[in-house]
Design a binder for this molecule. Structure first.
Ligand code: ADP
Length: 382
């Protein structure tokens, strides 16, 4: 069957689905989306939008019935349905057993441990009272990091315990407990693997996190860390993708410690925030690469064409309601700035409403312009 005859079904209709749809449309591919509201971002770029829940078994089975390949733009989908689709002979990428493993941070950590892939030490806890008991018994000392094993997203579900006082805010859920890593820089590598086993990585990017929202605020490409570390990061990311035999994209978030060690933080089996800039800055975008990978096409050239800075455009604190974008013209007048607004009707404090990618021959100039765009564009309510 030719690529263009295949129907691609995507679970999730957010901004990642939207940008995937833009690439699909460019490539003449048929992409269809399942999510709960036909006004979600991806509705603007796909061939059809089915209203239903990617958490609902029956909705997924019904949606997938006439699709040739099923993929996701979010991990928190009903994987029972995906296992059933695989049994029926449907192509589901990433493979459902990998989604099961990745969406449980405990299983993910155990996978790295079993395969000898470097990650921070960890223990698994049942609930808040077990963690408190460990502290009382002297088995665990502050500072440490508590992460909910499941349903965490964009920093929600991550609790940094710096002092005994912070123990009262522990999340009462099954958790991964890790030491607080002395992070020099957070970096990411996006790897693609197709069913033939070809593997290709995007160049390393540097990430900077928003201090309160705990999500990526800025992203810089090329990375400023030394070449040897970048090479190691890419090797590590590729070895995870190969161990997993994943088909599709695997975004690998890494910590570079103050003593120059690389540790795996976590992975996402889909297009990722750390690859938004590839639309304008690289020969092949991460979205095109994901489609190439899941359809078994040759993987594209990932070379960076010119330096880029990506900044997430977040809803202003104190504003919840119908979104209004202020000072847009000033941002559009900034040379090299590409504004992506996701078309979300409702803004909330720190909600990802869009992003801007600024390309410039000079990375420092791109940083200046990105800061200008971030400080100038205000996403508020009327
Ligand atoms: P999420 O899945 O919500 O993105 P992460 O596990 O990536 O959660 O954690 C979010 C952020 O919290 C990280 O990017 C990092 O800044 C910080 N963080 C997470 N784990 C640690 C750790 N062990 N030590 C120090 N900081 C951490």
């Amino acid at each position: 069957m030719s690529y263009t005859n295949q129907k691609i079904g995507v679970l999730g209709g957010g901004q990642l689905g939207k940008m995937l749809g833009q690439s699909a449309s460019m490539m003449g591919l048929q992409m269809h989306v399942l999510d709960t509201d036909k006004y979600f971002p991806a509705a603007a770029s796909c061939m059809s939008f089915t209203e239903g829940s990617f958490k609902d078994y029956d909705d997924i089975i019904a949606f997938a019935a006439d699709k040739d390949v099923v993929t996701v733009e979010i991990e928190l989908v009903n994987t029972d349905a995906l296992h059933e689709l695989v049994k029926q002979g449907k192509k589901v990428y990433p493979q459902p057993h990998l989604l099961d493993m990745i969406k449980d941070k405990g299983l993910q950590k155990q996978f790295y441990q079993e395969k000898g892939l470097v990650t921070s030490e960890f223990v698994l806890a049942q609930d808040a009272s077990e963690i408190k008991q460990w502290v009382l018994d002297g088995k665990l000392s502050v500072p440490f990091v508590q992460k909910a094993r499941t349903d965490g997203y964009d920093g929600r579900g991550v609790h940094i315990v710096r002092s005994i006082g912070d123990l009262s805010n522990l999340l009462d859920v099954k958790s991964v407990i890790e030491p607080l890593v002395d992070i020099n820089r957070e970096i990411a590598v996006i790897v693609a693997r197709n069913p033939q086993g070809d593997v290709s990585s995007f160049p390393v990017v540097d990430m900077e996190f928003h201090p309160t929202a705990n999500l990526v605020e800025y992203l810089f490409s090329p990375s400023q860390v030394n070449e040897e570390i970048q090479k190691k990061a890419i090797e590590l990311a590729e070895s995870i993708a190969k161990e997993m035999k994943i088909v599709g994209l695997l975004a690998v978030e890494l910590f570079l410690t103050k003593d120059n060690k690389i540790l795996i933080n976590e992975v996402a089996p889909r297009p990722h925030n750390s690859g938004h800039h590839t639309i304008e800055a690289n020969i092949t975008s991460q979205y095109e690469q994901h489609l190439r990978a899941i359809l078994g096409m040759p993987l594209g050239d990932t070379t960076l064409i010119q330096p880029a800075v990506m900044v997430n455009l977040l809803g202003a604190p104190g504003h919840t309601g119908e979104a209004v974008y202020q000072n847009i013209d000033e941002c559009l007048s900034t040379s090299g700035a590409h504004l992506h607004l996701y078309g979300k009707a409702i803004t909330k404090p720190y909600r990802k409403m869009g992003h801007a990618t600024i390309v410039d021959k000079d990375l420092d100039r791109a940083i200046e312009k990105a800061t200008f765009v971030k400080d100038t564009l205000k996403i508020i309510t009327k």
